[in-house]
Design a protein around this ligand. Structure first.
Ligand SMILES: *[C@@H]1O[C@H](CO)[C@@H](O)[C@H](O)[C@H]1NC(C)=O
Ligand SMILES: *[C@@H]1O[C@H](CO)[C@@H](O)[C@H](O)[C@H]1NC(C)=O
Ligand SMILES: *[C@@H]1O[C@H](CO)[C@@H](O)[C@H](O)[C@H]1NC(C)=O
Length: 375
């Protein structure tokens, strides 16, 4: 692709300088545009009143389950990177639209100033005391800030994924945005990186969090902790206190069934289009040796994943394995039936054949790829 080593280095340098310049300009602009941001954080009186929870009584629902419950409408979905979280987002937006719920949305972009820690003042048109039903866009989690926007009994949900696959996916997607990795030569940049991560990684480097313990970073923790650092397990236990349900991307259908059960929703509410068959480029190319290295490199995420995988399966156990199997089959059957109506012989979707608007995939503004792992 590039001609000589010299030319290569020059281009890189020029790119780096350009990048730094651009970043500085953006930072200056950002500071000019948001002079009040830091001040707002200090005010403690802007907590969310309980009253919005009353909405719950107004959601009508054809009750199918034997137990009495009313559907949850106050939800925090902590959207993690590279975890199929966009499919969940789609489901939440569809439910919210159906029930006219109030979303706390980012202002003019599709995340809350990620990777800056979340501040309630980042919500579009925010006024202290404002209350919302659902928060679900990308953010760097901060429980205290989120809690100011939701009723105290809001349900907190998130999703995790095997950190090796997540790392691979994140590396392939973001390595061009992390300057130190520009130096990696060769076909298999991921292998080069894993064989010598310290050469190509610095905690201070711009965007470096994309390349180490990204889940840990998303949840607001220090992503440079090693897996055996005692703070890792303490962080994980703190986190688990805040979340009512942690889904696992590897068990996506089971996750949706637990979601439905936790929120007292219907099967219809969790139906989804799986538009993207996993592209061959996104299938893992890691050898067992490299997988082991990726796992060690992302040791904190690995601890986190193991913890929430265990709590997930304990939930499945409590729900009932057989009951889970039946529900997953039912979900598959209904997703397939929906697909058969909407996509015939692989032809374009005929809109008039989608009889129920509720099944249309909802595409939030700015989301380039709405479904699945490659988003
Ligand atoms: C709930 O329903 C009642 C009666 O149908 C109505 O008066 C009230 O405004 C509704 N509340 C909300 C928050 O929609
Ligand atoms: C865990 O939470 C407690 C109280 O909320 C806090 O004092 C402590 O510093 C937290 N520990 C870690 C490791 O985050
Ligand atoms: C997750 O839990 C399941 C069920 O206990 C187990 O089979 C699987 O090996 C676990 N995965 C990891 C990565 O620990």
């Amino acid at each position: 692709m590039m001609s000589g080593i010299k030319g290569n280095k020059c281009t890189l340098k020029r790119r780096l300088i350009l990048w730094v310049l651009l970043t500085n300009i953006m930072l200056v602009l950002y500071c000019l545009m948001n002079p009040t941001q830091v001040k707002i954080r200090g005010s403690q009186q802007d907590t969310c009143p309980l009253s919005i929870a009353k909405l719950k009584e107004n959601v009508s629902m054809p009750s199918q389950s034997t137990e009495e419950c009313s559907p949850t409408v106050d939800i925090m979905f902590m959207k993690t990177h590279k975890t199929a979280s966009s499919t969940i987002l789609n489901i939440l937006f569809r439910f919210g639209e159906k029930h006219k719920l109030k979303f706390a949305l980012p202002d003019g972009r599709n995340d809350f100033f990620y990777p800056s820690p979340f501040l309630c003042s980042q919500v579009k048109d925010y006024r202290p005391g404002d209350c919302f039903n659902i928060i679900c866009n990308h953010m760097r989690f901060d429980h205290q800030e989120v809690a100011k926007l939701l009723p105290p009994d809001a349900v907190y949900i998130t999703i995790v994924r095997d950190p090796v696959d997540l790392f691979e996916s994140s590396f392939n997607y973001y390595h061009r945005a992390v300057p130190l990795t520009w130096r990696i030569n060769g076909e298999n940049k991921l292998a080069e990186f894993l064989n010598s991560p310290q050469t190509f990684y610095s905690p201070q480097a711009f965007n470096s969090f994309y390349l180490k313990n990204l889940l840990f970073f998303d949840f607001g923790f220090d992503n440079n902790l090693e897996g055996d650092d005692p703070r890792v397990m303490r962080n994980i236990h703190n986190l688990s206190k805040h979340f009512d349900l942690v889904l696992v991307a590897e068990y996506f259908e089971e996750s949706l069934i637990l979601l439905k059960d936790t929120l007292c929703w219907t099967m219809e509410d969790i139906m989804y289009f799986k538009l993207n068959a996993r592209r061959s480029s996104s299938v893992s190319r890691l050898t067992p040796e490299l997988r082991a290295k990726a796992l060690k490199w992302n040791g904190a995420d690995w601890r986190l994943y193991q913890h929430f995988n265990a709590t997930f399966w304990a939930r499945v156990e409590a729900y009932g394995r057989e009951r889970m199997k039946q529900e997953v089959n039912e979900l598959r059957r209904r997703n397939a039936a929906m697909k058969a109506i909407c996509v015939e012989d692989g032809d374009a979707v005929e809109a008039q054949k989608i009889q129920d608007r509720r099944f249309l995939p909802w595409q939030p503004v700015g989301e380039s790829s709405i479904l699945g792992f490659v988003s």
